[in-house]
Write a protein that binds this ligand. Structure first.
Ligand code: SF4
Ligand code: SF4
Length: 133
């Protein structure tokens, strides 16, 4: 296996589901999540989300994990885009500082990978995500 093949390998540790206000929703994603959970959009916003700087963020529980975390993602089929893309979400692909922070928080990313290697890996394995940047 080449180094490029080893750049990301998810360890299913759940660390990316930790942290207050780290994951945001687009308003276009709300209806799908509410339907999946069998609740109204208003109820979803009231109980699970908080607004900051005009954006909707998922609340965390006392354990520091996303409210939807149940060992595995409790809304996996409809989880928001940052969760679907992680760790190849836009910020990590355009900002070396964000990438270094991601390496510190996600043990699935090769700690020796460079920003350029990470971008190249994403371009090869997740071309749709890199087309967006
Ligand atoms: S933090 Fe990284 S290795 Fe852990 S579950 Fe999330 S993506 Fe996988
Ligand atoms: S929505 Fe799912 S994948 Fe995203 S942070 Fe919450 S539990 Fe994790």
């Amino acid at each position: 296996m080449t180094k490029k093949d080893q750049i990301f390998n998810c360890l299913q540790c759940g660390e990316c589901c930790r942290g207050e206000g780290g994951v945001y929703f687009e308003t276009s994603e709300l209806t799908g999540v509410a339907e999946f959970l069998g609740m109204s959009v208003d109820r979803l916003q009231e109980t699970c989300l908080t607004v900051r700087n005009g954006r909707l963020y998922i609340k965390t529980g006392a354990d520091g994990l996303c409210l939807f975390n149940r060992q595995v993602c409790g809304i996996h089929p409809v989880k928001p885009k940052p969760c679907r893309d992680w760790p190849f979400f836009r910020g990590n692909l355009i900002d070396p500082v964000s990438f270094e922070a991601a390496k510190n928080n996600c043990p699935g990313i090769d700690p020796e990978a460079t920003f350029e290697e990470f971008r190249s890996y994403a371009a090869i394995n997740y071309p749709k995500l890199t087309e967006e940047i």
